[in-house]
Design a protein around this ligand. Structure first.
Ligand SMILES: [Zn+2]
Length: 323
């Protein structure tokens, strides 16, 4: 059995991992490969590219060429919103300068923005509100999605309230990563975790923000488990975030909301069922949410364009050369 040791608490990149800090050669390598894969999987998996780079890139001459390449390949502009070597609090002029450049480069090329923000248990990490503040000041009209946003759950009620107002004003969508963040946050050897690591989806949704659940890591140093299964992600999200009693329309966090955030909702009812739609759906042996969420549903039937596809899972040995 392969064992991956968990990342060091409070650090985004685990020690020893190659850090993607130089976009120029990496973007030239990754984007053409991505483009080929996207073409190969057309009609089966919707793939969108995001330039997930350290925020420092937007303080360098690499930012413009990177944005051009992202535009050429139909991706979105992104960043892990922290500057290496600097704390996330207080907000520094360099944070403002980097985010301003990011939003301007995106606006000039009509790109959407996808940011990984405040993935930490440090309550002083307040980049989420800074993102909203810069987006509002720049009058950015593209789509903005912020994921993680963990530290918000550890901040004061007053600060949370003000942040939610700013997020709503800036039109920012939120993605929570319940499995990944519960795995990483509050992790210290020999110490039982005290919180679940997730952001404030209940408060955000009731405020009118669009919210989704997802995972950005699967069997790697950031999350040791997972199988890229959105039904499993939703099942665990229900437990971790208490999306039940009532279940209400929380299922949309794994269906319609991500489709809308990815701008797929205009394309033949992706993420929703509709008469005359394309019949992409999952059939399960369950009559209620309790039955749905209590079994793994490995015997599910997956329809693509109305036809059942082969859902046989690959043997783990076929994945060995990817480890
Ligand atoms: Zn992330």
């Amino acid at each position: 059995m392969r064992h991956t040791s968990p990342p060091v608490r409070g650090r985004y990149w685990p020690a020893g991992r190659r850090v993607f800090t130089r976009p120029r050669p990496q973007a030239d390598i990754s984007l053409p490969v991505f483009s080929d894969l996207r073409a190969a999987w057309t009609g089966r998996i919707e793939l969108q590219a995001n330039a997930l780079v350290p925020l420092n890139v937007y303080l360098s001459d690499d930012a413009g060429p990177l944005a051009d390449k992202v535009a050429r390949y139909g991706g979105s502009l992104g960043a892990v919103v922290r500057l290496s070597g600097l704390p996330n609090h207080p907000v520094l002029p360099q944070h403002d300068a980097a985010l301003t450049r990011l939003f301007r480069l995106a606006a000039e090329r009509a790109l959407d923005v996808d940011l990984h923000v405040d993935e930490t248990d440090d309550p002083d990490s307040r980049m989420l509100r800074e993102v909203a503040r810069v987006a509002l000041r720049e009058r950015f009209t593209g789509r903005i999605v912020c994921s993680h946003c963990c530290s918000l759950a550890l901040q004061t009620d007053e600060y949370i309230d003000a942040t939610l107002n700013d997020l709503l004003a800036a039109g920012i969508d939120i993605v929570s990563l319940p499995t990944v963040n519960m795995y990483l946050q509050s992790r210290q050897a020999g110490r039982t975790p005290r919180w679940r690591g997730v952001t404030l989806l209940h408060e955000m949704k009731s405020r009118g923000l669009r919210v989704a659940v997802a995972g950005d890591n699967c069997r790697d140093p950031f999350h040791a488990y997972g199988d890229h299964d959105m039904l499993d992600t939703f099942t665990q999200a229900v437990r971790i975030l208490q999306l039940d009693h009532p279940f209400a329309d929380w299922l949309t966090t794994a269906t319609r909301a991500p489709a809308e955030i990815m701008r797929l909702d205009n394309d033949d009812s992706i993420g929703a069922l509709a008469v005359g739609g394309r019949a992409d759906l999952i059939l399960v042996r369950a009559r209620t949410y309790s039955e749905l969420l209590s079994r793994h549903q490995f015997d599910r039937i997956v329809l693509r364009m109305g036809r059942a596809i082969d859902t046989t899972l690959p043997d783990y040995r076929l994945l060995d050369d990817m480890n």
